[in-house]
Structure formats: C-alpha cells, structure tokens
Design a protein around this ligand. Structure first.
Ligand SMILES: [Zn+2]
Length: 161
C-alpha cells in the first residue's frame, strides 16, 4: 500500500483527537492512481450518543457484535463505522472520481496488530491501516489485507510517499 505523508498525518491527528476511544475512517485514492491520498473521518457509533436513541443503529451494532455487553464503554476497544457517514463519503467519492480502497482505525494503548475482531470484520482486497495510539500519541502504524472476507488479516507493506 502506498500512502501520502499528508494522508497518514490525517489518520494520526484523528487518532490523537479521539483518544482514548477508537477512531475510524476511510482511505481514498484517485481512480486509477496507486496512492492513498486522502483519509476521511467517520463517526465510531460505539461512542455515538445518537445510537441510544436510534433503534436502527442499535440493531446494526447487535448484528456486528451479537454478544457484546456494556456498549457505552466499548469505544475503547471496538469501532463500527457510522453507516450514514459511509454513504455520504461514498457518494462524494463517486461525484469526484475517487475510490475507497481501505479503512483505518486506532488501537488506544494497544499495539498496531490486527485483532481477531478486526479479521472477522474484514473484506477481501481492502487495505486496513491500524495505528497504535499510546497516551494520545501515535507511536506505530501497520497495514493489513485479507485474502477473502473474514479471513485473518495479513501484514501488508506500506510505502509513505
Ligand atoms: Zn482493531
């Protein structure tokens, strides 16, 4: 995966801003180009107050994490991208000739390793960038890909350009 320094800095800034919660977002590149040039923030609905008033969001969470307790406290170790943010960004990309090629999220006070949960939620042919954010500072980042949907995420080399 190739990513611009600017896009990587956008991811790092988001991870620091959102600490101690997991933050998440979308990696974008110009259609046909080989470089991720933009990172867009998406609300993590695990930390979104709105979900407590929106049954559709709650059932969306339940579908992804059927057995999870204490939803209000899980934004420290779980993320789920807000579906409305995703749709809005997808539409913008379509309009601007951009392409969504992956996703990023932070691991507050944990290494930039793909968790079992991360692998279970992965899609094939998609980049996953994980940044480790310790005490609010990004100290490491790694990229991963899955061979097929839900397969174990495998390390992917990253070139910052
Ligand atoms: Zn993770």
């Amino acid at each position: 995966m190739k990513i611009t320094q600017a896009a990587l800095e956008q991811v790092s800034a988001h991870a620091s801003d959102g600490y101690p919660h997991e933050v998440c977002g979308i990696l974008i590149r110009a259609n046909g180009a080989g470089v991720v040039s933009e990172a867009r923030r998406v609300r993590n609905i695990m930390e979104d107050e709105e979900r407590t008033r929106d049954p559709a969001l709650l059932s969306f969470i339940r579908e992804r994490f059927p057995a999870l307790d204490n939803l209000g406290e899980r934004a420290r170790d779980r993320y789920l991208m807000h579906p409305r943010d995703q749709m809005r960004i997808q539409r913008e990309c379509d309009d601007r000739g951009l392409e969504i090629v992956g996703y990023y999220h932070s691991h507050p006070d944990h290494p930039a390793r793909a968790s079992v949960t991360d692998s279970e939620g992965s899609w094939a042919s998609t980049f996953y960038l994980i940044v480790s954010c310790v005490q609010g500072n990004v100290v490491d980042w790694k990229a991963f890909v899955a061979e097929r949907d839900g397969a174990a995420l495998q390390p992917e080399s990253v070139e910052v350009v």
